[in-house]
Design a binder for this molecule. Structure first.
Ligand code: TYM
Length: 329
């Protein structure tokens, strides 16, 4: 059976990028694999979030995981910092991670550009901690969006490097769990780029129907197709990308045809998109709100999940220590 590991940082609420990037088809994923889903609170510290909000954010992501349909009976759901073994593996893997390759990571370069006042060592070694998250359960597959492709590639490199250094096959080289398709990038509706928490363009799982309607109706468009079958601008392409994710193929084809014969009305396109997003999100939101207020249930889930996760982690760390020559006197 494949082992799957997936993580989401606790820097805010889950948006459609997280949902469709990392959790798509999770029902099948949970049934067919041994799954570990965790909340990456250590990772969220790299950007110095308001520490008074961290605990609340961890709880929100947990409720959002559960509201999205992750099932603690089928999967191991835990908080990263409840499993300290990952910090040890991170330290040990750091001995095989080279500064040059870490400095060349796209996400690190982007962080330097955006936050030159906070270029900390945690940011530089972010991919090593992510590799530790994955390798600690000896995962074979990782569901991620397109933005995490390079981090996953680095995880494979560290797995290979470790195996070669110690003459072992301990770590599998984890592949993207890509649902049989390309890794996905959910765009924002502000004309360019991806949907993200720090981009301020998120459509969130806890948004009300009205919020969604408003955000979608405000989506950036252009002056309309100027000739039959003209190439779509990025803003329009982004709307169609979202439509493909939430709507039926017939609906997509209908609006595509309208675009191609220049009869499309962007207002109608947005109304349809908003309605189809709401159909996805509103039952999830109701479940999230329900679960969010049940502290007892939330604690029980992560307590049991944490214990299961630690059991799996301990076995790996024990072997890594032995392979690296760390044994008790
Ligand atoms: P984070 O919290 O930024 O995002 C969590 C997951 O959501 C995906 N995602 C997207 N997918 C498609 N389109 C988007 N617009 C979009 N925005 C976010 C991300 O690809 C990711 O799968 N480093 C990770 C967290 C992490 C992790 C791990 C993931 C830590 N350790 C181990 C997997 C395995 C991150 O920053 O995710």
């Amino acid at each position: 059976m494949n082992r799957v590991v997936s993580g989401i940082r606790s820097t805010g609420n889950l948006h459609l990028g997280n949902y469709f990037g990392a959790l798509r088809n999770f029902i099948r994923m949970q049934q067919e694999n041994e799954c570990f889903f965790f909340i990456a609170d250590y990772h969220s510290l790299t950007t110095h979030p308001d520490h008074t909000k961290l605990h609340g954010n961890v709880k929100s992501v947990l409720a959002e995981y559960l509201g999205s349909g992750l099932d603690p009976e089928q999967s191991t759901i835990y908080v990263q910092s409840d499993m300290p073994e990952v910090a040890e593996l991170y330290l040990l893997l750091n001995m095989h991670a080279y500064i040059g390759e870490l400095e060349r990571t796209a996400s690190f370069k982007e962080k330097i550009r955006k936050h030159s006042d906070n270029v900390n060592a945690g940011l530089l070694t972010y991919p090593v901690l992510m590799a530790a998250d994955i390798l600690i359960h000896r995962a074979t597959q990782v569901p991620v969006g397109k933005d995490q492709e390079q981090h996953l590639e680095m995880t494979r490199k560290y797995a290979r490097r470790f195996n070669n250094a110690y003459g072992t096959e301990l770590f599998p080289e984890p592949q993207p769990y890509n649902f049989g398709e390309e890794l996905i990038k959910i765009p924002g509706l502000d004309g360019s780029g991806k949907m993200g928490k720090s981009e301020g363009n998120g459509l969130y799982l806890i948004d009300t129907d009205k919020d969604i309607q408003k955000k979608v109706m405000r989506a950036t468009t252009d002056e309309g197709p100027q000739a039959p079958f003209s190439v779509k601008s990025e803003a329009i392409e982004n709307i169609f990308t979202l439509l493909k994710v939430v709507s039926t193929p017939d609906t997509v084809e209908y609006f595509n045809d309208k675009y191609n014969d220049c009869t499309i009305r962007y207002g109608d396109l947005k109304k349809q998109l908003a309605a189809d997003i709401i159909a996805h999100v509103s039952p999830i939101r109701e479940r999230i709100l329900d679960i969010r207020s049940n502290d007892e249930y939330l604690s029980k889930v992560v307590k049991e999940g944490g214990e299961k996760a630690r059991e799996s982690a301990r076995q790996t760390v024990k072997q890594v220590r032995e392979l690296m020559g760390i044994t008790s006197i």
